[in-house]
Every structure is written in structure tokens, then in C-alpha cells.
Write a protein that binds this ligand. Sequence first.
Ligand code: G3I
Length: 384
Amino acid sequence: MFAAPTALSRRMWLKGAGALGCADLFPKLASATETEIFSEGLKDHAARKGLIYGSAVEGLHLRTNLAYQETVLRECGWIVPTYEMKWGVTGQVRGNSNYARPDFIVDFALRHGLKVRGHTAIWYLNIPKWLGEALHEPEKPDVFDTHIQELVTHYHNRIREWDVVNEAIDFKDGQPHGLRNSIFLQTLGPDYIARAYRVAREADPAAILVYNDFGVEYPGARQEARRRAMLEIVQNLRRENLIDGVGLQCHVNAGQRFDAAVFRKFLKELADLGVSILISEFDVNDTQLGPDIETRDQAVATYAKDFLDVALDEQAVRGVISWGISDKYTWLNEQPFARKDGAPSRALPFDEAMRRKPLWNALASAFDHAPQRDHSDPIIRPVK
Ligand code: G3I
């Protein structure tokens, strides 16, 4: 009926609608303030420096919450499904993949000019119930290769960047090279990682292939071991030209000691391997902070700014994807991550009513103060 207004035309549109008394003809705009409705989004602050900003999303929320949908469209240049593209969702029936749920998110993105990250082809969680048995079958069926090949091919020319393998490191399992003792390691051996990237590379040679993991941001022996293990995975994949980037999830904790020099060194080690870096699941857990909301929000914002100033100072870092955009839908309210006092987590740039928080300002300021990206550098050349 009416073309979605641009920011400027929306101001005129609202005045006109109000004057004509036909404001009720239009869906009620988000509960954001007028400033937020007409101002630039985080994607604009990022883009001015050649960076990207986006968020993880769920189809249900895009379909049912207009204020959330408007916030995603205003703020994000990229989106990534939190879980609907995972094998456990698309592969519930063996031999009959169903992409309807992730298709909704990808179609929504492409309809609005957003780019999509594929998350994730191979992860030890959210796998089909039949997979364990299938991978133990003596003839070693090619369910592993077929899944990756079908998924990447299905989204050919619509998704250009994939978290092919997610979270393959876990020293608690006592395996060589710190690898997680997943069903894939048990049945296919350590080569399952390179095998996944070979299949993805062959399925879409133009795609950006990424290794995604967490727990590499902080000082200390445990995370240093994880950093070494990630560098080894990346080095092995680079030798066969199977990887283009890494995703550092950066689920950080306000109140936890952050050592800028340690993180800066790791970012440079990754960049020296010739891979781009994405802060791929950014949120700032506030469980260690007191209950007062204003104090918490300021502490989260300060912590985020200090962290992102270091991260974005490395040229190979391409931008930030936050793991959600509104506190209304954060995963951090689920056990065992929720606050002990039962107060809702406030880890994201918008509150439950889609109003900006100090963390929004911290992200915008981090982008505004980041060094301009040199896109002649093949590592960080933007995905077309
Ligand atoms: O929405 C359905 C609901 O309709 C249904 O009744 C309910 C019970 O089955 O499930 C609901 O979906 C759940 C969804 O979260 C809701 O957001 C899925 O079962 C549940 O598996 C899903 O969990 C996701 C989790 O990955 C496992 O896939 C989280 O949203 C998502 O935030 C989390 O994301 C991971 C990254 O992929 C990797 N890094 C860590 C990150 C946080 O754990």
C-alpha cells in the first residue's frame, strides 16, 4: 500500500499522516524515541570506516514483533540465524532436508538488502537425533559431506560467508590438539575439520569460509591453550587454502579482567596467517555486576568500548555481529548463564522495548573511532 519510507521521508510522512488524521492507517511505529527512529543505525557508523555491523536473529521474532523488525532493519547490515540454520533444525528427517525456517530469514534479509552469515554447518550441538547412529554405520555413509554440500549449495549466491565448523576446541575432553571429543571426531577422526572445509569450498568456491569459536579473549593458561589450538586449526586449513576468516564469538563478561596486550597479540597472530577476523557473537554478560540498572548499563558500555577499541584497532577485524540486538531475546537469560538475582540480562544495545542503551553509544563510538579499513587489503575486502 505504501512504500516503506526512508528516514527523511518518514518525518514528512508522519507529519502528513498526523495532519490528515490518518496516522491510524499505518502500523504503530516502534516504541523507540523519535531520535532513534530518524537517526543513523550502527551499520552506518560501521560502514563509514569500512566495517560491518549486524545481529543474530530468530524468524519468530522478525515475524511477530514489528518494533524488533524495524530495529534490525535500521541497525543491521548483516544478520545471522541464532539456531534455525543448524543441522538439528534442517535435518530432522534423514535424507530430507527442510530449509523452510532458515529460508524465511534469508529471504527477509535479501528482500531488505541485508547480507546473511551461514551459521553453522558443523557443530557438536543441535544435531539430528539420527546422526549418531548414522555416523557409526560400518559403510560410513556420506551424511556428513552431503549435509554440508546440500546446505552450501542451497544458499549459493544468497549466503556468501559460512561458519563451516563451530567450536571444535575443548581441552576438557583430553584429546590431542585440544579438540572437542564430538561425534565427528569420534567417527571421522581429526580430519573431519579439514574435510568439512573441503566440501564447503567445492560446493561454493566463491564463499568466505570461517572457523568460529569462543574463549580466546582473556588472559590465563586455559584461554592461552585455546588460542594456540585455534591458531593450529587455522594454520592447517590455510595450508590447503580452505579458510578465509575466523569468527571470535566474544561473549565477554563485564567485570572480568581484560588484558589488551594479550588480545591484541592474538589478533595479530591470526592476521599474520592471512585470515580476516569477525567479532561474531558479541554481547556483554552483566552477571558479575550489581542490580542497579543505570550503573550496570554504564559499566557494560564502558567495558564494551574498551574491548572494541582494542579489537577494531586490528585492520584484519572486519566488524561486529552482536548475538541479538535486544535484551528481550538474549540467550543469556537461560540457565546456567542467567543472573543469580533473577534480574533480566542487559547485554545488548537495545532494551526489551527496543530503546537504545548506553551500549548502543559505546558501539557507535567504537566504530567512529576505529581506523579506516583499507579495502585494498585482500584479507578484509568486503563480501560482494
Ligand atoms: O523457539 C523454540 C520454541 O518454539 C520451542 O518451544 C522450544 C523448545 O523446543 O525451542 C525454541 O527454540 C530454541 C531456541 O534456542 C529459542 O531461541 C531451541 O530449541 C534452542 O536449541 C535454541 O538454542 C540456541 C542455541 O545456540 C542452540 O542452537 C540459542 O538460541 C542460540 O543463541 C545459541 O547460539 C550459540 C551459537 O550457535 C554458538 N555460540 C554460542 C551461542 C550461545 O549458546
